[in-house]
Design a protein around this ligand. Structure first.
Ligand code: ATP
Ligand code: MG
Length: 282
């Protein structure tokens, strides 16, 4: 079942001098199986928005349903938490336990699962994020590399077996190789976890992975677009102070130099084919 947001508004510290409207009348739907991107400049409300999806931020006004959970009514908080896996920015800062195994098992333990089920899930999740269980299970999470720590944090969320995975800037602070590895990992997780929602400032990541993208600006929704639709709107992207994906930028530049190339191309293979067509070397 989809995630349906209807007229969602959220105000921090209402009625005080610090009052701040972070979300303003947001309406859209995320369908099952979407790899859904959320973009917008700093402070546009992205993190506030996603923190509603697992009930961490309480609904203030409007309606929100996540799968069968109606968040405007009473709902089973624990079930929602295991349905929606939330990976915050820099999740490695939230590692805390003395071994990787205990840390990853924290969520399943809280669900009250049997010991052998916890053990099974921990092993499965650690392997799912591409780490070797036998090498890493008994080590302290704090002696791992940054990239490994992020994977362990992700494993902790996956051990809850969520159906929906929400990632707040999952590649922030990683080097190019680390970024590629985490993204390819996220794509591979899509089999276990069919709906993925990702906040990112990196338009290449958004263009390469997302089938739909919501654009936020100062708490308002500018629209939900397919990648080719979105990146064809050069004016909108410019007004939001954002970059075009590298491939789209190249297409735009070729177009400006008189080549008849679709400016909405986001896929490098399509661009290569277009160039070959123009050059007559198909
Ligand atoms: N706990 C809070 N108390 C008061 N205001 C807040 C709080 N958290 C966020 N805000 C404000 O709400 C607005 C939206 O913030 P939010 O963190 O959702 O934006 P964002 O799009 O995730 O930004 P970024 O790209 O920097 O992560 C901002 O103006 C921010 O200053
Ligand atoms: Mg944020």
């Amino acid at each position: 079942m989809p995630i349906v947001l209807q007229n969602l508004t959220y105000i921090y510290s209402p009625g005080t001098p610090f009052e701040r409207k972070a979300l303003d009348d947001i309406t859209f739907t995320i369908d099952d199986g979407d790899f859904f991107g959320i973009i917008g400049h700093t402070g546009s409300g992205k993190s506030t928005l996603i923190s509603h999806f697992n009930g961490l931020t309480k609904l203030m006004s409007g309606k929100l349903t996540v799968d069968e959970f109606d968040l405007s009514k009473k709902y089973d908080y624990k079930s929602l938490r295991s349905r929606v896996g939330m990976v915050f920015q820099y999740p490695e800062y939230q590692l805390f336990d003395e071994t990787v195994k205990k840390d990853v098992g924290f969520g399943p333990r809280n669900l009250g699962l049997a010991d052998d089920e916890i053990e099974f899930r921990v092993k499965e999740a650690i392997e799912l994020v591409g780490l070797n269980y036998y090498e890493i299970a008994e080590r302290s999470p704090f002696e791992l590399s940054g990239g490994q720590m992020r994977r362990v944090a992700l494993a902790g969320v996956l051990a809850m077996k969520p159906k929906i995975l929400v990632l707040d800037e999952p590649t922030a602070g990683l080097d190019p190789r680390g970024k590629r590895e985490i993204l390819s990992l996220i794509r591979s997780i899509k089999k276990e976890c069919p709906t993925i929602i990702m906040i990112s400032h990196n338009m290449d990541e958004i263009a390469e992975n997302c089938n739909k993208i919501a654009v936020l600006s100062e708490g308002k929704l500018k629209g939900v677009f397919r990648p080719d639709e979105l990146f064809r709107q050069t004016e909108l992207i410019k007004s939001l102070n954002m970059e075009l994906p590298t491939v789209t930028y190249l297409a735009t530049q070729l177009n400006a130099r008189g080549y008849d190339i679709d400016k909405g191309i986001t896929d490098v293979d399509v661009l290569v084919k277009e160039i070959a067509r123009i050059k007559g070397v198909e």
